[in-house]
Design a protein around this ligand. Structure first.
Ligand SMILES: Cc1cc2nc3c(=O)[nH]c(=O)nc-3n(C[C@H](O)[C@H](O)[C@H](O)COP(=O)(O)O)c2cc1C
Length: 325
């Protein structure tokens, strides 16, 4: 399937694996890219630029297909070594960067000069327009359903995607709640030129996370996520567990006076414990409502092949039948 997204990134299928903390390692990115999508290594999971360089080298040994790097610009006081990470990306000849969080404007000239295509993740039309205006090449439009940070506007993809289509000139992918061929066809119908998946790719054979994480996603329904850190305007959609219940209780009790320090135990440094050790109640970890649509743990190739076959069948059979009647 050809779209402006497949053309932009030189990939076979319009499917991107979003950056995911402690999930987006070389093994997953390479598996997604080998299956014809765009795999993404999560930059900041590598604690130093040197470690990112090593992870990129590992990925290159596993695939000769294009893959990208996610750079998340965090709202923190002591920023990570972003110039160092950018240098590593450029030196490695990476051609796709997924940015998220703050405005990536400062880094665009260097990235574009090296021929890197930048897809910025946005949870609103106004941020998407800003990203387009500063020169981003594409947008990942992330609806309220998404795992991770859905922003503070709470607009689901059935509204957000057609709104983005009405306003944007650059191509965009639908992100949040995407799982199968139905998601892809719906995303295309609403104006997107592909889709980005996070949670769905965690429940794959190649995702290098503990089996408990995959089992938790398969066991979860669409009712099992919660929004945390809303009072801090840093809303995150996570899978409900004992730590999340505790965190929400603190939010209720402390109200508007809550500070990050109050919930540090539930949110700081918990990802390695969950993703590597499989200690599922160690803290709050991102997960989308789409967990309700995930019932198996296929390989990335099985997943992507299945999505493309299902999408094609929906377009050529189910939809064509309606159009002809
Ligand atoms: C466990 C997990 C960790 C994530 N970490 C990041 C991250 O570090 N940076 C980022 O830009 N997005 C992150 N995301 C968001 C994903 O890239 C993607 O936008 C989101 O998962 C899409 O929604 P879905 O889960 O419904 O597919 C994360 C998502 C999950 C589930």
């Amino acid at each position: 399937m050809k779209t402006r997204i497949t053309e932009l990134f030189g990939i076979q299928h319009p499917i991107i694996q979003g950056g995911m903390h402690y999930v987006g390692f070389a093994e997953l990115a390479a598996a997604v890219s080998n299956a014809g999508g765009l795999g993404i290594i999560t930059g900041l999971t590598q604690r130093t630029p040197q470690l990112l360089a090593e992870e990129i080298a590992k990925c290159k040994a596993l695939t000769d297909k294009p893959f990208g790097v996610n750079l998340t610009f965090l709202p923190v006081l002591t920023a990570p070594d972003y110039p160092g990470y950018i240098r590593v990306i450029l030196d490695a000849g990476i051609k796709a960067v997924e940015t998220a969080g703050n405005n990536p404007q400062k880094w665009l000239p260097a990235l574009h000069e090296a021929g890197v295509k930048v897809i910025h993740k946005c949870t609103s039309v106004r941020h998407s327009l800003k990203a387009q205006a500063i020169g981003c090449d594409a947008i990942s439009v992330d609806g309220f359903e998404c795992g991770g940070h859905p922003g503070e506007d709470d607009i689901p993809n059935f509204i957000l995607l057609p709104r983005a289509a009405d306003e944007l000139k650059i191509p965009f992918v639908a992100s949040g709640g995407m799982a199968d061929g139905r998601s892809l066809v719906a995303a295309l119908a609403l104006g997107a030129e592909g889709m980005n998946m996070g949670t769905r790719f965690i429940a794959t054979k190649e995702a290098p996370v503990h089996q408990n994480v995959k089992d938790a996603i398969v066991a979860a329904s669409e009712l099992d996520t919660r929004l945390v850190m809303r009072p801090l305007r840093n809303t995150e959609r996570v899978l409900r567990n004992a730590a999340v219940d505790r965190l929400l209780e603190k939010e209720k009790t402390l109200g508007a006076s809550i500070k990050f320090e109050d919930i540090i135990e539930e949110v700081a440094g918990v990802y390695p414990k969950i993703m590597m050790d499989g200690t599922m109640d160690a803290g709050a970890w991102s997960c989308g409502m789409v967990a309700g649509l995930i019932h198996d743990v296929p390989t990335c190739k099985e997943l992507i092949d299945r999505i493309m076959a299902e999408a094609e069948a929906i377009i050529t059979q189910r939809l064509a039948k309606f159009a002809a009647s």
